[in-house]
Design a protein around this ligand. Structure first.
Ligand code: F6R
Length: 357
C-alpha cells in the first residue's frame, strides 16, 4: 500500500534508508561480524573470476559491484548485459562464478544465461529481492536484498540494496581470503543510510532542479568520471523511462571524442562530482559544456564542492557514494515526470518484470 504517498516510486525512494538498515541487520551476527551463507563464502573464495549477468538497473548495480569486488576482494569481475551474453560468450576462466543480479528474479534474459551456464556446469549465485523466484530456485546460492516489494516500475530501492549487498559480499570475501581491510562495511553503510535520510528531507530542492533544468527540454545528458559515470548511466535510465526525456550518461573523458557535438544552447547537463581523484577533470568538462551553451547542474560531495554547485551531498566513504548519489537522480526524474504529467508508477511500454527474451 502506498499510504499517504501519491506514488509508489516516491514511497520506495523514501524507504531506502530503512532498507539499508535492514540489510545491515540481516547481514550481521551478534558479534558484529558479517553473517553470510558459508557456501556463498566458499564459492567466492574458490572462483578465479566472477561474471555478473543482469539487465537494466540491475546491470548498473553490477557495474558498481565490480568495483567493490575488485578493490576489496581482488577477484577480477566482468559485467555483462544478459541479453548480449550468449551471442558473444567471453572466453571463460578456469573457475568462473556466475552472479545473477535481479530484483524480480524473473528476468528471462538473465534466466537464459543461467540455463546455459548451468549446462556448462558452472556455479551460480543469484542476488534478488524475491527468494522464491525462478533465478533464485535455479541457482546454487541466493543472497536476499531485503528491500520489501518494489511496486513502481522504475527500480529505486532494489538498486541501492543491490549495491549494499554487493559491498558486504565483497568485504566478506576479502576477509575470507585473509586480505586486511581498513573498512567496516556496516559502519560505513550506516553513515550512508543517514546521508540518504538527509536527502529525503530536502525533496523541494530536487523538485526545483527538475523544474529549472528539465521542464521543457527534449534531452538531457549525465556526465561523470569513474564510478560517477556508472551512476550517471543509471540516472539517465531513470529519467528516460519515467519522463520520456531522451537522456544518456556519458564518461566525462569521452565528451571530446564525439558527444560534445550534441551540446546546444540550453542543453541540460547533470554532472556528478563525488570522486576526489577526478574532481578537477570533471570540473573541466563542466566548463567545456558551459562554454558551448549548456545549462549545467552539478551535484558534488562535501569536501569537493565549488561555488555554483546545485547540490552538495553529505560525505560518505568514497566507494559507497553511488548508494547516495543516485537519490538526487531518482528524485529529479520523479519530479520531471510529475511536471510533465507522466504516469510515474506505470510508464508507457514498460512492465515490472520482463519475462520474455
Ligand atoms: C529500470 C528497471 C529495469 C530492470 C530490469 C531488470 O528502472 O526497472 O531496467 O532493472 O528490467 O529487472 P530485474 O532486476 O528484475 O532482473
Amino acid at each position: 500500500e502506498k499510504g499517504t504517498y501519491p506514488h509508489f516510486m516516491l514511497k520506495e525512494i523514501d524507504e531506502q534508508p530503512l532498507v539499508l538498515r535492514r540489510i545491515i541487520q540481516e547481514y550481521q551476527n551478534e558479534d558484529n561480524e558479517i553473517k553470510l551463507d558459508p557456501d556463498v563464502r566458499q564459492a567466492m573464495k574458490d572462483c578465479d573470476r566472477i561474471y555478473i549477468i543482469a539487465a537494466g538497473t540491475s546491470y548498473h548495480a553490477g557495474l558498481i559491484g565490480k568495483q567493490f569486488i575488485e578493490k576489496f576482494a581482488k577477484i577480477p569481475v566482468e559485467v555483462h548485459v544478459a541479453s548480449e551474453f550468449s551471442y558473444n560468450m567471453p572466453l571463460l576462466s578456469e573457475k568462473p562464478l556466475f552472479v545473477y543480479i535481479s530484483q524480480s528474479g524473473e528476468t528471462a534474459d538473465s534466466r537464459a544465461v543461467l540455463v546455459q551456464t548451468k549446462q556448462l556446469g558452472h556455479p551460480a549465485l543469484t542476488i534478488t529481492n524475491v527468494p522464491g523466484s525462478t533465478l533464485s530456485r535455479e541457482a546454487d546460492y541466493t543472497l536476499h536484498l531485503h528491500a520489501g516489494p518494489e511496486i513502481a516500475v522504475a527500480s529505486t530501492k532494489a538498486y541501492t540494496a543491490q549495491m549494499a549487498v554487493l559491498a558486504i559480499l565483497a568485504v566478506d570475501t576479502a576477509k575470507a581470503k585473509g586480505i586486511e581491510l581498513d573498512f567496516d562495511p556496516m559502519q560505513e553503510l550506516a553513515i550512508v543510510a543517514n546521508a540518504m535520510e538527509a536527502l529525503a528531507d530536502q525533496k523541494e530542492v530536487f523538485e526545483d532542479l527538475a523544474r529549472d533544468f528539465l521542464a521543457t527540454t527534449r534531452n538531457c545528458f549525465f556526465i561523470g568520471r569513474s564510478i560517477d559515470y556508472y551512476v550517471g548511466v543509471e540516472g539517465a535510465l531513470k529519467l528516460k523511462e519515467i519522463s520520456y526525456i531522451q537522456a544518456e550518461g556519458f564518461a566525462g573523458g569521452e565528451l571530446k571524442h564525439g558527444t560534445i557535438a550534441l551540446i546546444e544552447e540550453g542543453t541540460p547537463i547533470i554532472a556528478l562530482a563525488t570522486q576526489e581523484g577526478v574532481n578537477d577533470s570533471i570540473r573541466g568538462n563542466v566548463q567545456e559544456v558551459i562554454a558551448r551553451g549548456a545549462n549545467a547542474c552539478v551535484i558534488s560531495m562535501k569536501g569537493l564542492e565549488k561555488d555554483g554547485d546545485s547540490f552538495v551531498l553529505p560525505k560518505v566513504h568514497e566507494l559507497l557514494t553511488p548508494i547516495v548519489s543516485v537519490l538526487p537522480f531518482q528524485l529529479i526524474s520523479y519530479y520531471a515526470a510529475l511536471h510533465r504529467d507522466c504516469d510515474v508508477d506505470k510508464p508507457r511500454n514498460l512492465a515490472k518484470s520482463v519475462t520474455v527474451e
